[in-house]
Ligand binder design. Structure first.
Ligand code: 5GP
Length: 159
C-alpha cells in the first residue's frame, strides 16, 4: 500500500511539474517531500485504525475462534499466553474511553462472547480479560478489543 502511495505521489508530481516550472525548484521539492510524508503518515494511521475492520471483513486473514452478529474473535498474531484470543466488536469504536449511553451494550456482547469462548475452549481453570486504552494503557490498534488470555498460570503482577 505504501509503495502505491509513493508511486501515486510521484505520478502527481510528474503530472503537475510543467505547470510548476515557474516556482523555485527548492520550494517545489520541499512541498513534494511534505506531501509524501503526510501520505505516508496517514496511510499508516489509516491502516492501523482500520486493521481490525479489515480482519472482520475477511480482507486480512485471521484464525477465527468465534463469531456472532456483534462480535468477531480470533487468535492474536503475537500470543502472550497459550490461549490469546482478541474479541472485537463489529462496530468500530476507538477504545474503552468511547463507551457511552448509546453504545454500552457492546460491552455486554463482548463479555457474553468471552463466556462462550471460554466454554468452547474448555478454559475451566480460568482466564483473564484485558483491554488496553490509550497511550498509558499501551493500546496499539485503535479499534476496541479485549484480550482473552489463558492456558497457563498468569502473572499476579498486573490486575
Ligand atoms: P493492543 O496493543 O492494541 O492492546 O493489542 C493489539 C493486538 O493486536 C496485539 O496483541 C497484536 O499482537 C495484535 N495484532 C496486531 N496486528 C494483528 C494482525 O494483523 N492479526 C492478528 N491476529 N493480531 C494482530
Amino acid at each position: 500500500k505504501s509503495v502505491t502511495d509513493v508511486s501515486s505521489v510521484t505520478s502527481i508530481t510528474l503530472i503537475f511539474s510543467p505547470f510548476l516550472s515557474s516556482i523555485d525548484s527548492t520550494i517545489f521539492l520541499t512541498i513534494s517531500f511534505i506531501v509524501l510524508i503526510l501520505f505516508y503518515y496517514f496511510s499508516i494511521v489509516f491502516h492501523i485504525a482500520f486493521l481490525f475492520c479489515k480482519i472482520i471483513a475477511g480482507e486480512i486473514p485471521s484464525t477465527k475462534v468465534y463469531e456472532d452478529e456483534y462480535v468477531y474473535a480470533f487468535n492474536d498474531i503475537n500470543p502472550q499466553a497459550p490461549v490469546h484470543v482478541l474479541i472485537v466488536p463489529k462496530t468500530h469504536i476507538d477504545s474503552a474511553k468511547d463507551f457511552n449511553e448509546e453504545n454500552s451494550e457492546i460491552a455486554s456482547h463482548i463479555f457474553l462472547a468471552a463466556s462462550k469462548i471460554a466454554k468452547q475452549l474448555n478454559l475451566n481453570d480460568g482466564f483473564r480479560i484485558v483491554t488496553n486504552s490509550g497511550e498509558f494503557g499501551c493500546q496499539t490498534v485503535h479499534h476496541i478489543h479485549f484480550h482473552l488470555l489463558s492456558g497457563r498460570q498468569l502473572s499476579a503482577e498486573m490486575a
